[in-house]
Design a protein around this ligand. Structure first.
Ligand SMILES: Cc1ncc(COP(=O)(O)O)c(C=O)c1O
Length: 440
């Protein structure tokens, strides 16, 4: 390994020894974070940190104000309804209509403690409907914590990487997993964490049709709602709408997170939206665990009650204020987050100009959107090697191997914490890397 690296080679080696990290390329995200924190402290050099998927913007002011007002009015003293405060439920249903063109009843719109609680509750409840039909299928790559939720719950899960199955090819592949009859639900994120692929209408239609055919609940994770910046989804009641499987099946649960859309991650408030058809569905298997065989009742009075007895009262008022402003066209929440897409465009070019490849680069025949994440690889290097080398070049990212991707040569880069004034450093470091490891 070259020793004339942008970050002091000796200092990095010293810090690796102090942390007893035998294999940096295979270290956990938290270990890498610790190593980089320590090197930064020892050298005063700042890394281009692309490992953590956290918002890099201030929380939406409308939410903060709404929440403070609610706290001052005394909501902290009382329990909120388990399935959410009424005005919020109405506003969620309105949001789904105005920005997705999907009709849902307010009663099936449930605030959750982050969208993570929504997926936990959905895995738990859907897998108990029909004995023998318990598996959760992940359309990978994906967010590793979802699989951890299944493991914690003891729910079997299955997955495949969609990389080679885009467009019409998705049908046969998906059907091969569903026809065994053991899949209760399937989950994907759209736009996708980590690859930023967005399913096309054709693909969503295939997913919807097969979900109906095999009675499988589609769990659509919209953590990055409206952030496919190739189109403008920000006008309420006006097409284009956020693409969704809800146009193609009535067997779905949607998760909309406030963490990235409103930069409201700290308050842990998200939305779970259940289709009316699924809400009403009766399944005998539920009676083994709940007082009702009706899905919606089991979800609210069984699962959500048992998990947290509802969602933070004041945070619900924050969400209410933000959604109301969006629904009334008074605040365009996508305007600030567009910065992620603009930064991604510049950063991707810096990587590709220096020999890197974008791993997931197309939605069928369309170039990928620029957004919160992108994926990179370097010719002739594994993802493990790349992470290890990056530490000496002042760059950090995570391996795609932990996301269920078969492209283990790839890394996920997150743009949110990289500020524009770090771009010259990034460019210099990538140039050095390219110079030290010339391609073919
Ligand atoms: C795909 C995906 N789903 C869910 C979440 C978590 O959302 P929340 O903060 O609302 O629990 C994230 C956050 O990074 C995510 O990337």
């Amino acid at each position: 390994m070259r020793k004339d690296t942008p970050i002091s080679y000796d200092e990095v080696q010293k810090q690796i020894k102090e942390l007893n990290l035998e294999d940096v390329g295979r270290a956990s995200i938290r270990e890498i974070k610790r190593l980089i924190d320590n090197v930064e402290e020892a050298t005063g050099d700042k890394y281009v940190r692309m490992e953590m998927g956290i918002p890099g913007l201030p929380a939406a002011e409308i939410g903060v104000e709404g929440e403070i007002e609610a706290l001052r009015s005394g909501v902290a003293a009382t329990y909120p309804d388990i399935d959410g405060i009424k005005p919020l439920k109405n506003e969620i249903a309105r949001f789904v209509k105005l920005f997705m063109n999907t009709d849902v009843s307010p009663r099936a719109c449930i605030p959750t403690v982050g969208s993570m609680q929504g997926s936990f509750a959905a895995f738990l409840t859907t897998s108990r409907m029909y004995p023998g039909k318990e598996t959760i299928l992940f359309l990978d790559p994906g967010f590793p914590v979802h699989k951890q939720q299944c493991r914690v719950l003891g729910i079997p899960h299955d997955s495949f990487d969609v990389y080679n199955y885009r467009g019409e090819k998705l049908r046969e592949k998906l059907e091969s997993h569903l026809k065994n009859g053991n899949v209760a639900g399937l989950l994907y994120s759209n736009p996708n964490n980590p690859s930023w692929i967005c399913f096309t209408e054709k693909e969503l239609k295939i997913i919807g049709e097969l979900a109906t055919k095999y009675n499988v609940t589609v769990m659509e994770d919209l953590a990055y709602f409206g952030m496919d910046f190739r189109q403008d989804f920000s006008k309420p009641g006006v097409p284009p709408y956020q693409p969704s499987v809800s146009q193609y099946t009535d067997n779905y649960i949607l998760f909309i997170s406030s963490s990235k859309l409103f930069s409201y991650a700290g308050q842990r408030v998200g939305m779970m939206i259940i289709s009316d058809k699924l809400f009403e569905t009766r399944a005998e298997g539920l009676c083994r665990y709940y007082n009702s065989d009706m899905f919606g009742r089991a979800m609210v009075f069984g699962t959500v009650y048992a998990l947290s007895a509802g969602t933070c009262h004041s945070a619900q008022y924050a969400l209410l204020a933000m959604l109301k402003a969006a629904n009334e066209g008074k605040f365009n929440f996508w305007e600030p987050v567009k910065e992620y897409g603009e930064k991604a465009k510049i950063m991707k070019k810096m990587f590709t100009d220096n020999g890197f490849k974008i791993v997931y680069d197309k939605d069928e025949d369309l170039p990928l959107a620029d957004g919160f994440f992108f994926t990179i690889s370097y010719p002739g290097m594994s993802g493990v090697e790349l992470i290890e080398k990056f530490v000496y070049y002042g760059i950090s990212a995570i391996s795609l191997a932990i996301t269920g991707s078969e492209r283990t040569e790839g890394l996920r880069a997150c743009v949110s914490l990289v500020s524009r004034d770090q771009f010259p450093d990034l460019e210099y470091r990538l140039k050095k890397f390219h110079e030290h490891y010339p391609v073919g």
